[in-house]
Design a protein around this ligand. Structure first.
Ligand code: TRP
Length: 324
């Protein structure tokens, strides 16, 4: 079995766009790969809003509960937190000493931050190097990531090559697996669903939240009896994500034959969102209350990944000369 690794930054509540775009795919892939999924708490610290112990630790538990609730199975996926493996920062240091400042200055994330005139901390600058350490320390073959992270995996390959050139063959080159959104989930305003647009439906929303968010979907002034084109209708475009092919055909028919008013269309969407979200939310509520379970999952994951990390780092340290 090939080894798969991905990291998730603990930064707030996921929405249904995150779920269909990426989270669900980790669950589907865990049967076909030797899977590692970790919580990138050290990477999260590059954001000043997370530089608060309560926020970081709470977000870490939250993201773990999110993934357990959607079906990531600790028996199949090694789940751990990045900071439990201090060797990643040691490996990052070896990498820092091999690559140049101008090379890292070409990274998109750094250039974007610079273009926005942000005060860039060194963590942001070194972000791709830490990510290379995350990936290479477990000998990952494939790295499922969103398109925005593709360059980071390319940088990882460069770093692996550089290390191998200097110290001899040590790391294999990983490949990115771009998580194309199976279907791009539109937000309530019709743009792509994204936290930065404020148009999301949280994955674990309460029934009241679901109702009030759906109520905000803008509609035009078509009368109830008028036929409506489902493809340009935002209520439908969100709704179809939740439907199987037969249900989808039936709903399209309702829109296009007329007689379906926006009030009823929204009620149908609310009902299906509640049906989809309730079991996930109930499971998550149960998990987040069980602190002992969360700690046990992290402790078990740490123990499992440590075996791989210790072997790899013994090899690396010998090659570098910090161990003899
Ligand atoms: N940078 C990734 C993101 O923002 C998170 C991440 C950190 C990651 N380390 C990783 C992803 C290693 C894949 C592999 O989504």
């Amino acid at each position: 079995m090939k080894t798969l690794l991905s990291g998730v930054k603990p930064t707030g509540r996921p929405h249904i766009g995150n779920y269909f775009g990426a989270m669900k795919q980790f669950v589907d892939l865990q049967n076909d790969y030797n899977s590692f999924v970790f919580i990138a708490d050290l990477h999260a610290l590059t954001s000043p809003e997370i530089q608060d112990s309560k926020i970081l630790s709470q977000n870490t538990k939250d993201v773990l509960a999110d993934y357990l609730a959607i079906g990531l199975d600790p028996e199949k996926t090694t789940l751990y937190k990045q900071s439990d493996i201090p060797e990643v920062t040691e490996l990052e240091w070896y990498f820092n000493c091999l690559i140049t400042v101008p090379y890292l200055m070409r990274a998109h994330a750094f250039k974007d931050a610079e273009a926005k005139n942000k005060e860039i901390n060194v963590g942001v600058f070194n972000y791709p190097v830490l990510m290379a350490a995350d990936i290479l320390i477990v000998n990952a073959d494939v790295v499922p990531v969103g398109r925005d992270q593709k360059q980071h995996v390319e940088i990882t390959r460069d770093i692996a090559g550089k290390f191998n050139n200097v110290y001899g063959e040590t790391f294999k080159a990983p490949t990115e697996m771009i998580l194309e959104e199976v279907e791009t989930v539109p937000g309530i305003d019709g743009q792509k669903m994204s936290k930065s647009y404020g148009n999301t439906i949280p994955l674990f929303a309460t029934d009241d939240e679901i109702r009030s968010i759906v109520a905000k979907i803008p509609t035009d002034s078509k009368a109830v009896e008028e036929a409506k084109d489902p493809d340009t209708n935002n209520i439908y475009n969100i709704h179809k994500i939740l439907l199987n092919p037969e249900e989808n055909t039936a709903l399209r028919h309702k829109y296009s034959t007329g007689g379906l008013g926006y009030k009823e269309a929204k009620d149908l969407l609310v009902a299906d969102l509640i049906k989809f979200i309730t079991p996930l939310r109930d499971k998550r509520d149960e998990i987040i209350k069980d602190e002992a379970l969360l700690l046990k999952v992290l402790a078990d994951g740490k123990e499992k990944v440590r075996k791989v990390v210790e072997a790899k780092m013994a090899e690396v340290r010998k090659k570098v000369g910090t161990q003899f």
